[in-house]
Design a protein around this ligand. Structure first.
Ligand code: DGL
Length: 265
């Protein structure tokens, strides 16, 4: 297969909202000279509780927008969008290159000593055939507890990253994971790293959390052609109001001054 033309220095990345900022952070660390445009589809979050056809439609619209801005390499910085739509995106946009984010079943299975792992994911990802395939391919000799986490991404999207409301949502999910007696837990949604401290506090220090942002950034680095002399840059676009996005841009990216552009897509 011929690789798509990725000569444009602009890398697009998108998620249903703030979750992909965890991936953007890893991308900017790995490719400090690159130019990024990040789009959070805040108006339509959470994707994990929408119909798959809706998610596919949103992804096409967003990709069209990012391509119109000049992005030729697009990071689908969302597990739900990747498992639901990336195959369709690749078919419809053969001139673009896509890198997706999938739950880190493979690294978790490799890391687990007890051969018992859990995957925390949105209801859509948890129910997806793609997650079943990943488990069959990389963890067929491992016990895998799949934990759907309804409401968790929405809470994080609303700026709740600690405190009693987050605890109330997480506690029953983490109880179920504790009962499964695992030693490794996959954060299978890009929003969840923002709740990692609370998850760690509930699961205990013996459990390792696996997040794939760094691996995705490595993959992007292998397919991105850096243009000589290009200057680093970041545009951030949102399809709706998001206080959490401004907060997280300043907290994880130290970008207090970044202007969040609005787009109706
Ligand atoms: N951050 C996304 C993911 O990785 C989606 C969360 C959501 O919108 O439900 O699955």
């Amino acid at each position: 297969m011929t690789p798509a033309n990725t000569s444009s220095p602009l890398i697009g990345a998108f998620d249903s909202g703030v979750g992909g900022l965890t991936v953007l952070d890893a991308l900017r660390r790995r490719l400090p000279q690159a130019q990024f445009v990040y789009l959070g589809d805040v108006a339509c979050a959470p994707y994990g509780e929408r119909e798959p056809a809706d998610v596919v439609d949103r992804c096409h619209r967003i990709v069209a927008h990012l391509a119109s801005l000049g992005a030729r390499l697009i990071v689908v910085a969302c597990n739900t969008a990747t498992v639901t739509a990336i195959a369709e995106l690749r078919r419809r946009w053969p001139d673009l290159r896509f890198v997706g984010v999938e739950p880190g079943v493979k690294p978790a299975a490799m890391h687990s000593r007890s051969r018992r792992i859990a995957v925390m994911a949105t209801p859509a990802t948890a129910a997806s055939p793609r997650l079943r395939d990943l488990i069959a391919k990389f963890a067929n000799d491992v016990h895998v507890h799949v934990q759907p986490c309804p409401g968790l991404a929405a809470l994080i999207e609303d700026g709740v990253h600690g405190g009693s409301a987050l605890h109330a949502t997480l506690a029953p999910l983490c109880d179920a994971i504790r009962r499964a007696d695992v030693d490794t837990v996959v954060l299978g949604c890009t929003h969840y790293p923002f709740a990692a401290d609370a998850i760690r506090a509930l699961l205990g220090p013996q459990v390792t959390l696996v997040d794939t942002a760094t691996a995705v950034a490595e993959r992007v680095a292998t397919v991105h052609s850096q243009t000589e002399g290009s200057l680093p840059g970041l545009r951030v676009i949102s399809t709706g109001d998001s206080g959490a996005m401004a907060l997280l841009l300043s907290r994880c990216h130290h970008l207090e001054q970044v202007t969040i552009e609005r787009a109706s897509i």
